[in-house]
Design a protein around this ligand. Structure first.
Ligand code: GTR
Length: 323
């Protein structure tokens, strides 16, 4: 751990030496250059640089250069990394309230998710980050996640029985796969490709752009659009770093992050289409129009186990009431 921190600090410092800005915010992302989340944080950086007359810059370390999400979250809490664009999933074991956005089938559609995160519930959940050494700045899109595997087409819940699926490092997702009859293995994103290839796991679950850009479709030829999760993604900042800045600069950062959201959504829609086309052209067998009812019903145990406090129960009720 100490080693990781020391080399990370060195990597970040070396990169920063090239910049002329007064404040350079280093941002982590697991995705490659050109992926909508990376492009959105770059766009945020451009806006920030312009609005601060070149004083504040953002440097995006894409492709997990700074590490896998669970570790980079810790590094952001410690103030080693300034900004971090991550799925909400890996926060579930740290920030209880984030679980409500990671519950299977909690959102009826991406539009419903947008209406929730753009409203007061979204602000409330972002506010929770400040109790955990982080500042929640903005939500990004993660489409809907579905199962893929190397073994066979999944056409019903029964087909999941006994299959081993990688999930993000969150207990909610482990219990979700167990409830469907599969075996869940929490693993960092960067280990999924080789784990499928070598048969350590049978598959994983993700959205079109991640399925495509990670190359997982090359080793998992069956994708079933059961759309069990619509997990928003977030841009967070180290609270230590944020608190060290003037109120004016804090406001500039918050605003630029918010202003990057529509840019991200536009890029996301285009990338989803392009990724789907690429995956289909590669010959992946896609199972569409699956009956989701048994999947949704199987999730009752996940809700019973994870939605226990009055606060979470109330949040779930309010999310469902949003149009
Ligand atoms: C992607 C998401 C990443 C990461 C990844 C995963 O859809 O954008 O932040 O969480 O999934 O499955 O680990």
């Amino acid at each position: 751990m100490k080693m990781v921190t020391t080399s990370l600090v060195a990597l970040i410092a070396a990169a920063g030496a090239a910049q002329a800005c007064e404040i350079t915010l280093r941002s982590s992302d697991t995705h490659p250059e050109g992926y909508p989340t990376v492009a959105a944080v770059e766009a945020m950086g451009d806006m920030l640089e312009e609005r601060s007359d070149g004083r504040i810059c953002v440097e995006v370390f894409h492709s997990a250069q700074l590490g896998e999400e669970k570790d980079t979250i810790e590094q952001t809490q410690l103030g080693v990394i300034d900004l971090n664009r991550v799925s909400l999933g890996p926060f579930n074991n740290i920030i209880e309230e984030t679980k409500v956005f990671s519950l299977p089938y909690i959102f009826r559609s991406v539009e419903h998710m947008h209406n929730v995160v753009d409203g007061e519930i979204g602000d409330e959940i972002l506010g929770e980050f400040s109790n955990h050494d982080l500042v929640g700045l903005a939500y990004y899109d993660g489409g809907s996640r579905s199962f893929y595997n190397s073994q066979k087409p999944i056409t019903s819940i029964e087909d999941i029985e006994g299959l081993k699926f990688r999930v993000m490092q969150s207990d909610v997702f482990v219990d979700m796969v167990d409830a469907l009859g599969g075996n869940a293995t929490p693993l960092p994103y960067g280990e999924v490709y080789s784990s499928i290839q070598t048969g350590v796991i049978d598959g994983a679950e993700n959205n079109w752009p991640s399925f495509e850009s990670s190359g997982h479709y090359e080793v998992a030829g069956y994708y079933t659009l059961d759309q069990h999760l619509i997990v928003p993604e977030v841009l967070v900042m180290s609270k230590m770093k944020f608190d060290s800045l003037s109120e004016e600069d804090q406001a500039l950062i918050r605003q630029a992050a918010k202003d990057s959201m529509p840019i991200m959504r536009e890029q996301w829609a285009a990338r989803e289409k392009a990724s789907e086309e690429k995956v289909r052209a590669a010959g992946v067998e896609i199972v569409e129009n699956i009956d989701k009812t048994p999947f949704i019903e199987a999730m009752d145990v996940v809700y019973e186990k994870h939605v226990t406090s009055d606060k979470l129960k109330d949040l779930v009720t309010r999310i469902r009431a949003v149009e």
